[in-house]
Ligand binder design. Structure first.
Ligand code: ADP
Ligand code: ADP
Length: 224
């Protein structure tokens, strides 16, 4: 079977706005997928549902298991989401604690956490940042910190919501290099044609809460 699968999945917000309507798609393990479409198409809502933060109706299976009950409550262990605004994601007052946060929830021993924090900060080009305040970092530094914190937990699926928003071209290039090393199954929400073409093989096009096209990324970009 497929690694990740949604079948007839729908989501409506509390005010009645239908953000996802009968969404079905399958993703193979390790596949790199782009999610594109106009504002309001439902991309961020789908990201939240894939990460288990929001829950609609229909089926969602990960690695053959139905995402429900305890598995859904623990989905954060398997599916990492990097928010569009990294500042929304920061819960700690020190960068080191930010990377350690999820690992502490996972119950890792403190000595192992310390090593992992060092390794992840180094990977993200943030060595020596342990005691810095996340809110005081530049946009690019904060994005890399958010990525380091999410990837520290070694998620099988990584979802990125507009990761290049507000980044300058050099910073964007740095982020691209980091992401290219990631082995997780990737779902990238982005309006950035360059980023989408460099990182993904397949593109899902969304419109008004539905998936209206599913194409190889190269073909999608040419047809545009
Ligand atoms: P819910 O309780 O449906 O999950 P939220 O707590 O996310 O909703 O938001 C509360 C309310 O704020 C929504 O019911 C809606 O009226 C409004 N709202 C927030 N974000 C948006 C948005 N992007 N578009 C339209 N309305 C929004
Ligand atoms: P996208 O990420 O593609 O821009 P969203 O998933 O943010 O799309 O939004 C899908 C639809 O749901 C839009 O009509 C949007 O206004 C609505 N929406 C988003 N967040 C909320 C919310 N919290 N409450 C009510 N409606 C919302």
């Amino acid at each position: 079977g497929f690694f990740l699968e949604m079948l007839g999945f729908s989501y409506a917000y509390g005010d009645g706005t239908v953000a996802l309507e009968n969404v079905s798609f399958q993703v193979g393990r390790g596949e790199r997928l782009a999610l594109v479409g106009p504002n309001g198409a439902g991309k961020s809502t789908l990201a939240a549902c894939l990460a288990g933060i929001r829950w609609g109706t229909g089926q969602y299976l990960l690695d053959g298991r139905k995402v429900e009950g305890a598995f859904r409550r623990n989905l954060w262990r398997h599916v990492g989401l990097v928010f569009q605004d990294s500042a929304d994601q920061m819960v700690c007052s020190r960068c080191g604690d930010e990377v350690a946060f999820g690992l502490r929830n996972l119950g890792w021993p403190e000595s192992r956490i310390r090593k992992k924090v060092q390794a992840m900060l180094h990977w993200a080009g943030l060595e020596g940042f342990e005691d810095r305040v996340p809110q005081h970092l530049s946009g690019g530094e904060r994005k890399r910190l958010a990525l380091a914190a999410v990837l520290a937990m070694e998620p099988e699926v990584l979802i990125l919501d507009e990761p290049t928003a507000g980044l300058d071209p050099q910073t964007e290039q740095k982020l691209l290099q980091l992401l290219d090393e990631v082995e997780a199954t990737l779902v990238l929400i982005s309006h950035d044609v360059c980023f989408v073409s460099m990182l993904t093989d397949r593109t899902l096009l969304m419109h008004r809460g539905r998936i209206v096209d599913d194409l190889p990324t190269g073909k999608f970009l040419v047809d545009r």
